[in-house]
Design a protein around this ligand. Structure first.
Ligand SMILES: Cc1ncc(C[n+]2csc(CCOP(=O)(O)OP(=O)(O)O)c2C)c(N)n1
Length: 355
C-alpha cells in the first residue's frame, strides 16, 4: 500500500537519506546512540550466557531489535510512561531501568518488577497485548491531570491478533489519549511467521480502522525510529491523540531461552540479515562514511559496557535470597488449608524428605 511505504532515514550502507535531520545529528548524539546500542546488545548476550550457566532462570532475547527499542525509548521525556513486554529490556534500560532489577526479574524475583524511584516503567507484560490497555489508561490519566506527559506501549506482531490490541487502539482513538503504540514487527510470534498470522500487508494499515495515524518504519534504522517516535509523541502531547508505529525488524535468536528456532526457520536467514541490515552495523557504517569512526573509542565503549554489566550481575547475585514463605503467605488475606498444606509439603521437599 502506497500510504504505508517503509520510512527510512539511513540506508543499509549507512547513507543518510533524509537531509532534513542533518543539523540535529551532532557527533555526540550519534556516539550516544552507538554507545547505547552496544550496551544493550552486550547486556542481552550476557543474560543468555548467564541463563546457560544456570545463573538466570529464563530470558527473552532481543538481539536484532536494539535500534527499535533504544531509538524509541530515547524519544521519551523522563516523566512519560513505558509499558514493555518481556522482550523490551533495551527500551527499559534506555529509559533508566536498573540492570540489576531486570536480571532479578529473570530470576523470578518479585523485586525485579519494581522500577527505580520516580520512573514510570510497568513490569514486563507477559499476557500478550494487555499492556496496550494499561498504557491507554495511564495516558488518559495524564490527560485528565492536565499534563503533557505521554505513554508508550511496546508489543509484537503477534499481539495485533489479540482483542486487547483492538480495544486499546479504539479506546485511545475515541478519547484522543496521548499514547504511542509501538509495534516491533520481528515477523514471528514464537514459531508462527507473519504470513500465518494475518492477511494484511502491513501492521501500520490497521490504524486506518481506528482513524489514527499509522506509520511503517525501518526498525533497524535508529534515526528513523528516534525521529518518527518523537513526532508521534509530540502529536500525543499536543492533544492530537495516538499513533500506531510499525517498526519492521527481526530477532536473530530464539523466542526465549526455552525455544529452539531451528525447529521452525532456517537460521542462516538470520545471518544474512545480520550482514545486510543489522542496526548496529548500520550506524557504524554511517559513522565511517561521515569520518566519525575511531577504533580506540569503540574499544573503550565496549570495555566500559562490559564492566558496567559485570557490576550489575555481581549486584544481582549478591541480592539476599528470597523468603520462601512469601510464595504462600500472600496468596489470600487468610491462609486456606490447601495453601498451608502446599507450604508444608514444599518445606518437606526442601529438607529433602520424601513423603
Ligand atoms: C494472552 C496470551 N496468549 C498466549 C501467550 C503465549 N505467548 C507468549 S509469547 C507469544 C508470542 C507473541 O508474539 P509477538 O506478539 O509477535 O511478540 P514477540 O515475542 O515476537 O516479541 C505467545 C503466543 C501469552 N503469553 N499470552
Amino acid at each position: 500500500m502506497e500510504q504505508f511505504q517503509m520510512i527510512r532515514y539511513l540506508d543499509e550502507n549507512g547513507n543518510l537519506l533524509n537531509s532534513d535531520i542533518s543539523k540535529a545529528l551532532s557527533i555526540d548524539f550519534i556516539k550516544e546512540l552507538y554507545t547505547r546500542l552496544l550496551y544493550v546488545r552486550t547486556f542481552d548476550r550476557k543474560a543468555i550466557s548467564l541463563q546457560r550457566q544456570g545463573r538466570l532462570g529464563t530470558y527473552a532475547p532481543f538481539e536484532g531489535q536494539e535500534a527499535a527499542q533504544v531509538g524509541s525509548a530515547l524519544a521519551l521525556r523522563p516523566d512519560d510512561w513505558l509499558f514493555p513486554t518481556y522482550r523490551d529490556h533495551a527500551a527499559s534500560i534506555t529509559f533508566g531501568h536498573s540492570l540489576k532489577t531486570i536480571l532479578l526479574y529473570w530470576n523470578g524475583r518479585l523485586e525485579g518488577c519494581v522500577p527505580p524511584d520516580g520512573k514510570k516503567i510497568f513490569p514486563p507484560a507477559v499476557p500478550i497485548a494487555t499492556q496496550l490497555l494499561h498504557a491507554t489508561g495511564a495516558a488518559m490519566a495524564e490527560q485528565r491531570k492536565g499534563t503533557d506527559n505521554a505513554a508508550i506501549a511496546y508489543f509484537g506482531d503477534g499481539a495485533t491478533s489479540e482483542g486487547d490490541f483492538h480495544e486499546g487502539l479504539n479506546f485511545a482513538s475515541v478519547f484522543k489519549a496521548p499514547v504511542v503504540f509501538f509495534n516491533q514487527n520481528n515477523q514471528f510470534a514464537i514459531s508462527v511467521p507473519i504470513e500465518r498470522q494475518m492477511n494484511s500487508e502491513t501492521i501500520a494499515q490497521k490504524a486506518v480502522a481506528y482513524g489514527i495515524p499509522g506509520i511503517r518504519i525501518d526498525g533497524n534504522d535508529i534515526l528513523a525510529v528516534y525521529f518518527e517516535t518523537k513526532k508521534a509523541l509530540n502529536r500525543a502531547r499536543n492533544g492530537e491523540g495516538p499513533t500506531l508505529i510499525e517498526a519492521v525488524t527481526w530477532r536473530y535468536g530464539a523466542h526465549t531461552t526455552a525455544d529452539d528456532p531451528t525447529k521452525y526457520r532456517n537460521q542462516a536467514e538470520s545471518e544474512v540479515k545480520r550482514e545486510k541490515s543489522d542496526p548496529i552495523l548500520r550506524l557504524e557504517r554511517f559513522m565511517k562514511n561521515e569520518g566519525n569512526w575511531n577504533d580506540e573509542w569503540h574499544e573503550k565503549v565496549a570495555q566500559e559496557s562490559a564492566q558496567s554489566i559485570e557490576k550489575a550481575v555481581a549486584e544481582m547475585e549478591a541480592f539476599p535470597e528470597p523468603n520462601v514463605d512469601d510464595l504462600f503467605d500472600h496468596v489470600f488475606a487468610e491462609k486456606t488449608w490447601s495453601i498451608m498444606d502446599q507450604k508444608d509439603q514444599y518445606f518437606e521437599f526442601l529438607r529433602g524428605v520424601n513423603r
